[in-house]
Ligand binder design. Sequence first.
Ligand code: AMP
Length: 159
Amino acid sequence: MIISTAIPEEQLFSLPLCPNWWYYPDMATVFEKIINGEIPSVKLWEDAECIAILDISPVNKGHALVISRRCYPTFTDAPLETVCHMMEIARKIDRKQREVLGASGTNIMINNSPASGQEVPHLHIHVIPRYDGDGKTPVFQKDSYKDGEAAAFGEKLHL
Ligand code: AMP
């Protein structure tokens, strides 16, 4: 279902191009092209702050992306208000995926910088519908702490 809010045209088309600095320094990211209507997408939501679309290569069908309208390369670059608003939309999509698709869980995920697997340098939240036994759980190879190491890390990272 396309839920659309009226967005003043000047807000839609006056956004700065993202410095797509990881791979293609002079090109707009694919998400900017989607936001500017240059390439198609299946939209689930749009407002002045963000849009939500279906991921073109879903982990499970219905996998959605909440994308900031302005380009912030990573999660950490975006204003907190933007991130909070996008999380609110991610939560709406989570509920919808459970209600309409019968998802029994979701992965709400942000890849943050290339080292984490982020491919598109434009802030986006993945909302992936999950089903019991679907075998799609991402596998992280886990490490362990030696004696005393956890405390040392805790001290370094204490906020
Ligand atoms: P990430 O690895 O977190 O940067 O995720 C980027 C996501 O964008 C991937 O899951 C891609 O499948 C998705 N993607 C790339 N191009 C498109 C597109 N044209 N429309 C929708 N999703 C896309």
